[in-house]
Design a protein around this ligand. Structure first.
Ligand SMILES: Nc1ncnc2c1ncn2[C@@H]1O[C@H](COP(=O)(O)OP(=O)(O)OP(=O)(O)O)[C@@H](O)[C@H]1O
Ligand SMILES: [Mg+2]
Length: 218
């Protein structure tokens, strides 16, 4: 099988996704399963799968949001922040429809996709999720702040109590916090998740050491 061959010969693997479907989820799980079995870390499959799936959902959501907001122009008069919040509410409603089918169709038509790359170098697994849009500096700052706050909390409950509510949040706003907590419970840190953005894309990379020193403590 292709995936197994690529893993055996230590080749980079790429999954291309327009949305989060069952088929994509299965492929994602299979790739992680094969890599983590190869390096004798089957216990990492579930937590890492959960983290990568969250990164994938964020990337797909960013693509859909860009498609949805393609024609959106903030009003120059009136309260543009409120205006944006209303547009965001409509977007959330659109996303909550089954499979957000219409946005997926447009993503396919315009070839706006997410790429997930997997590779292992010196016993360190990298999973990089790329979507073709730049995050605004405001979004990046919010993410930084969120990850910083999460790193200072013991668990999600503590984060809930401490974090401020953000009227412009797109979902529950907990995905990246969950990843940060998950990394902590694997004796890693939020530094094992790197989010970078440039003119062409946003890239979220998970860095997971697979050597014995980092084996999960049971
Ligand atoms: N790949 C990405 N491209 C663009 N923006 C992103 C990307 N990943 C995250 N973001 C931004 O970071 C914010 C926080 O992400 P996070 O996963 O923590 O929360 P959420 O996706 O809004 O809500 P939830 O994960 O609880 O459904 C997102 O709302 C989005 O603005
Ligand atoms: Mg999310």
């Amino acid at each position: 099988m292709e995936i197994q061959k690529a893993i055996d010969s230590n080749k980079k693997i790429c999954i291309l996704a327009y949305s989060v479907t069952d088929a994509i989820e299965q492929k994602l799980h299979l790739v992680l399963e094969r890599i983590l079995y190869k390096y004798d870390h089957p216990k990492l499959i579930s937590p890492i799968y959960t983290c990568v799936k969250e990164l994938l959902m964020n990337a797909v959501k960013a693509n859909f949001k860009n498609i949805y907001f393609e024609d959106y122009q903030p009003q120059t008069t009136g309260d543009s922040a409120l205006d944006y919040q209303l547009a965001l509410k409509l977007f959330k409603l659109e996303m909550s429809r089954e499979n957000a089918g219409y946005l997926e169709q447009l993503a396919r038509k315009w070839n706006i996709h997410v790429k997930i790359f997997f590779w292992v170098e010196n016993h360190i697994m990298h999973v990089k999720v790329i979507n073709p849009a730049q995050m605004t500096s405001q979004e990046i700052n919010k993410v930084r702040q969120k990850l910083k706050e999460a790193s200072e909390c013991e668990d999600i409950a503590e984060y809930f109590i401490k974090a401020d509510d953000d009227p412009e949040r797109e979902g529950a706003g907990l995905g990246l916090v969950m990843i940060s907590m998950m990394l902590k419970s694997l004796k890693l840190s939020h530094r094992n998740l790197i989010i970078a953005t440039d003119k062409e894309s946003t890239q979220a990379t998970l860095i997971i050491p697979l050597n014995a020193r980092y084996a999960i403590i049971e």
